[in-house]
Design a protein around this ligand. Sequence first.
Ligand SMILES: NC(=O)c1ccc[n+]([C@@H]2O[C@H](COP(=O)([O-])OP(=O)(O)OC[C@H]3O[C@@H](n4cnc5c(N)ncnc54)[C@H](OP(=O)(O)O)[C@@H]3O)[C@@H](O)[C@H]2O)c1
Length: 254
Amino acid sequence: MNELKVSPNGRVAFVSGANRGIGRAITIELLEAGAKKVYAGVRNIKSLDDLKPEYGERLIPILLDLKNDKTIIRATRQVKDVEILINNAGVYDASGFFSDDTLDSLSDNFEVNVWGLVKLSTSLIDHLMNKPFAAIVNVASVLGLASMPIAGTYSASKAAVHSITQGMRGELLNSNVLVMGVYPGPIDTDMTRDLDMDKDSPQNVAKNIITGLKEGREYVFPDMMSKQVGELYLTEPITVEKQFAHFVSEEQEA
Ligand SMILES: NC(=O)c1ccc[n+]([C@@H]2O[C@H](COP(=O)([O-])OP(=O)(O)OC[C@H]3O[C@@H](n4cnc5c(N)ncnc54)[C@H](OP(=O)(O)O)[C@@H]3O)[C@@H](O)[C@H]2O)c1
């Protein structure tokens, strides 16, 4: 828990990957929680048109493609009043370390999940630092705490997000910026469409992030599975690693 509590009520937020899945749920939850404005980072500027009648001018789509530096630079000029940055956009390119496409897969995951997150954060940090209270929320994954062998390259990118989150928190210690890491388990979005397993809802993840901001939390385990993994990880990280490896071998045997 951090002394900085950054309730979204009356504040200005920027969400990357806001058009679908967890990002869309976060965007709606921020607006429902009374955010003054939500800049919704999207690759298709019309993709949130259906929400416009409900939220009007408080919802502002911003063109953002994390693979395109020009959009990051342009967005940075457009969101000077941002107080809460939610680094949510991500890709899931599942591969292992002994595949034909290992390096391509690593590159795909890192380009968006890591370089994109770092570029956007460094680009916006001056805006955040000059507010009385601010927050950076990085959506990592439980797979960033222990690797899942079927998705080793994705896990590595999320482990990098975990380390980057710790690094940002260290550099911003005693500043005005709360740095939160979010570690979801399987969530029911397009990303997990092909995974046949129990999944929690994006709405639940969004609600737990908003609660975390209000309470000044630095670690958020936002769903049923991640709460269990999170507790175990804090005491027995190696058991989590073994469980993930075991889970996959069971799946492969099936
Ligand atoms: N779903 C899960 O089980 C789960 C679990 C743990 C962590 N997470 C993490 O949660 C975050 C959201 O995932 P999700 O499940 O909501 O996935 P999703 O439904 O596939 O949505 C991904 C979002 O990221 C955006 N995005 C992808 N590439 C981008 C780029 N180059 N520039 C800007 N935006 C880009 C997508 O925009 P387009 O529509 O334009 O492609 C979309 O809005 C990700 O960081 C993911 O790794 C998800």
